[in-house]
Write a new protein. Structure first.
Length: 66
């Protein structure tokens, strides 16, 4: 699914347009965000693609819901 990741004042958030859902990212498997699993505040777990740590945000990526 397409997910937009952006930086907020309190961390990162994920927006899923098809579900009209925006939730903060509360847990990251990798400190660099990319190439691991993240947990959203609503409990969803997403696997993000491998990207460079300095990838500019906001960015839309293809993530997999676990």
């Amino acid at each position: 699914m397409k997910v937009m990741i952006r930086k907020t004042a309190t961390g990162h958030s994920a927006y899923v347009a098809k579900k009209d859902l925006e939730e903060p990212i509360v847990e990251m498997e990798n400190p660099a965000l990319w190439g691991g699993k993240v947990t959203l505040a609503n409990g969803w777990k997403l696997e993000l693609p491998v990207m460079a740590a300095d990838t500019p945000l906001p960015i839309t990526v293809e993530a997999r819901k676990l």
